[in-house]
Write a protein that binds this ligand. Sequence first.
Ligand SMILES: Nc1ncnc2c1ncn2[C@@H]1O[C@H](COP(=O)(O)OP(=O)(O)OP(=O)(O)O)[C@@H](O)[C@H]1O
Ligand SMILES: O=P(O)(O)OC[C@H]1O[C@H](OP(=O)(O)OP(=O)(O)O)[C@H](O)[C@@H]1O
Ligand SMILES: [Mg+2]
Length: 282
Amino acid sequence: MLRIAVPNKGSLSEPASAMLHEAGYQQRKDRRELVLVDNDNGVEFFFLRPRDIAVYVGSGRLDIGITGRDLLLDSGSNAEEIMQLGFAGSTFRYATRPGTAADVSEFGGMTVATSFSGLVTRHLAEQGVDASVVHLDGAVETAIQLGVAEIIADVVETGTTLRNAGLEIIGEPILESEAVVVQRTGAGEQGPRVQQFLRRMQGVLVARRYVMMDYDIRAEAVEQAVALTPGLESPTVSPLHNEGWVAVRAMVPSREAQRIMDDLYELGARAILTTGIHACRL
Ligand SMILES: Nc1ncnc2c1ncn2[C@@H]1O[C@H](COP(=O)(O)OP(=O)(O)OP(=O)(O)O)[C@@H](O)[C@H]1O
Ligand SMILES: O=P(O)(O)OC[C@H]1O[C@H](OP(=O)(O)OP(=O)(O)O)[C@H](O)[C@@H]1O
Ligand SMILES: [Mg+2]
């Protein structure tokens, strides 16, 4: 059985389980379940703290896991990223009260509070900055108000938490993060079961990002039309009973679907339809 680590709590937990469910895997019904055996798909899921997932996978006890890139790098585990999952996108940044410091190079002698002390200690060393790091479990924004630190380093998504705490971002992001699949470093070429898992997850990403578009167009305009809808490989063009017309079918990015429909209509295409994709293997 393929042994997969899945976040049991926090921001990664629900979207990870939703994605696995969309990929056809069984997911737990009760948040207290720790292990779930999906016999039909030959997979055993271990619901673990997001922070611990890279540690388990790096030790070789579990084959792969879903975690955040920031957590993976913070852990310093012997694990590496093999696929990006497109959710839980965030940046990891320094922030402080206005006037404290304008750049990382000014942090010397100050204290940085963070839940990602591995990541921050390494980053400060890389920058050649001699600052102390204090590890806190969460809500680090408050550390400045309470005088525990002058600087914080934390996950920023919309920036609302920082704004509400009266803090401002300093410098460039330390890191851009999102949910990723990890495996043990040096595990080498993925075996067939891991490859099948990755294909299923890829299928969910494609089904979420693309729609199927169908339309009819006069044969003389078909080259211009397929330039608008090139598909992933090549669009299907079929003859219509009505002479001089063809039917075209191609996948298009869902974000661009309405604009493409407008452009196709302008070209003379009619009966333009888009339909959702439930699942896919490219
Ligand atoms: N607001 C957010 N937007 C996007 N991703 C986030 C956000 N907050 C945390 N994450 C991501 O979630 C992961 C951290 O998960 P973890 O469960 O440790 O913390 P959490 O989501 O803050 O949960 P909690 O603080 O409730 O325990 C990291 O990969 C981080 O980038
Ligand atoms: O930029 P924003 O959209 O405001 O999101 C970022 C915030 O979300 C997370 O906090 P969470 O609510 O998980 O609390 P925590 O600090 O206890 O982890 C993170 O630690 C930031 O504080
Ligand atoms: Mg949090």
